[in-house]
Design a binder for this molecule. Structure first.
Ligand code: ARG
Length: 464
């Protein structure tokens, strides 16, 4: 018979101490200590609420709050001794509180459980992180709008199937990235509303017998509301899953933009130059300048997808209410937050520093008969049925290929050979500038449409 677990805060009913490996295996303090500030914040609100309803005296509440404040200072000074034997952040802090202030410390856990405590901590922490991520998104989006404005008139080839399709403006392309991130911001703001609901009061699973005032605690903690069901409050982690899904979409968008930056900065495209400070060299090939940052953003997308799948899999099949499985929610959630926050930061830093090679993009747009559809539309406006126009233009393109020139470089007589409807005015639509300018409707690629969208987006950003 080994010694009892009397050293544990829950040791009362145990007759032998925890197996040493099991103790380390079940502990979470090595990662959940990251929540210390939110744990202390939540505990102070809980203590104030207990004093407010008369369960604690004001003197006990003051001793608890002063003690917790001192503990926070100890942690931040690196003087706090985290004990794996005390399992998690909650019991480490509570044990230290009792060390410091004596009996009042043992009253803090009245009407509460670690189950509603941890659910509260994660929500407080995630709410704050979402705000940081939203700020990075605003920075990235602002950078994209500025780049789009600078390059509103810059012409590049637009692609489908990675084949030259139609000319577009670089500004319009940057606005496409902008729209993705604007939706990501909206999704996160929406998710935040569901994060910002307080579990405290649910206690272990069924609520508590004390005359608690949940709304009071919620207002101290800045929660928008309180969880409406105690079983649900301690058990579900759907808010964390939802965050990870939003994070996975952010990463997917950054990954797609990164892939384009990687392609565009290659010698074959030569559309953009990334500043040296976002690239690295090769240890063997002296000429190399590798786009490491976009490559990493693309690569890190996989981690966040993995975090999302971890949490979904963690939750499926769990019976109500709290299960220890939920301790496994933290590392994937922390990883998703750290990854998406760092990735957005790097992206937002990089965007304003992108240098654009306008000549290379224009030259690329001149290859591949990007204005072929404009010629077809021109013929349709002259009364030629679209299918016939398509045929005519196909022949003109073949002629261009034979002569090794663009449609706009074919002589008028040459073009008229394919259709008698073609007149000198055709060159207005065959130029790249004419092609993009013609798409001036809302959402189109014309420089004026791009500038109009930038104005609209800037105004919306200011009101977020
Ligand atoms: N470390 C635990 C977690 O992360 C805290 C809650 C523990 N509750 C319990 N009844 N063991 O979920």
């Amino acid at each position: 018979m080994s010694e009892s677990s009397a050293d544990k805060l829950w040791g009362g009913r145990f007759s032998e101490s925890t197996d040493a490996f099991v103790e380390a295996f079940t502990a979470s303090v090595n990662f959940d200590r990251r929540l210390y500030r939110h744990d202390i914040h939540g505990s102070m609100a809980h203590a104030r609420m207990l004093a407010h309803v008369g369960v604690l005296t004001d003197a006990e509440c003051d001793a608890i709050c002063d003690g917790l404040e001192a503990i926070q200072a100890e942690i931040e000074a690196g003087e706090f001794r985290w004990e794996v034997g005390l399992e998690d952040v909650h019991m480490n802090i509570e044990a230290r509180l009792t060390d410091r202030i004596g009996a009042a410390g043992k009253k803090l856990h009245t009407g509460r459980s670690r189950n509603d405590q941890i659910a509260t901590d994660i929500r407080l922490w995630l709410r704050e992180e979402i705000d940081h991520i939203l700020a990075e998104l605003v920075r990235a989006r602002t950078g994209l709008l500025e780049l789009a404005e600078r390059e509103a008139d810059t012409i590049m080839p637009g692609f489908t199937h990675l084949q030259v399709a139609m000319p577009v403006t670089f500004g319009h392309h940057m606005l496409a990235w902008y729209e993705m991130l604007a939706r990501d911001s909206a999704r996160l703001r929406d998710a935040r509303r569901r994060v910002n609901v307080m579990p405290l009061g649910a206690a272990a699973l069924a609520g508590t017998t004390y005359p608690i005032d949940r709304a009071y605690a919620a207002s101290l903690l800045g929660f928008d509301g309180v969880a409406a069901n105690s079983l649900d409050a301690v058990s579900d982690r759907d808010f964390a899953i939802e965050f990870c899904a939003d994070a996975a979409l952010i990463m997917t968008h950054l990954s797609r933009a990164s892939e384009e930056m990687i392609l565009w900065s290659s010698a074959q495209f030569g559309f953009i130059e990334l500043p040296d400070r976002f690239c690295t060299g090769s240890s063997i090939m002296p000429q190399k300048k590798n786009p490491d940052v976009p490559e990493l953003l693309r690569g890190k997308t996989g981690r966040v997808n993995g975090d999302l799948i971890s949490l979904l899999t963690l939750m499926k099949g769990q019976p109500l209410a709290y299960n220890k499985d939920n301790q496994e929610d933290k590392e994937p959630l922390f990883d998703a937050v750290d990854t998406v926050r760092g990735s957005l930061r790097a992206f937002a830093d990089m965007v304003p520093a992108i240098e654009v090679n306008r000549e290379r993009m224009r030259a690329a747009a001149m290859q591949g008969y990007a204005t072929a559809t404009d010629l077809a539309d021109y013929l349709v406006r002259k009364g030629v049925p679209f299918r016939d126009a398509h045929e005519v233009v196909g022949k003109a393109v073949r002629r261009g290929i034979e002569l090794g020139c663009d449609l706009s470089e074919l002589k008028l007589e040459e073009l008229q050979h394919f259709s008698s409807e073609i007149e000198a005015s055709v060159y207005e639509v065959l130029t790249l500038e004419g092609s993009v300018a013609a798409r001036g409707h809302y959402g189109g690629t014309a420089p004026d449409a791009v500038r109009a969208r930038i104005r609209e987006a800037k105004a919306a950003l200011e009101n977020e």
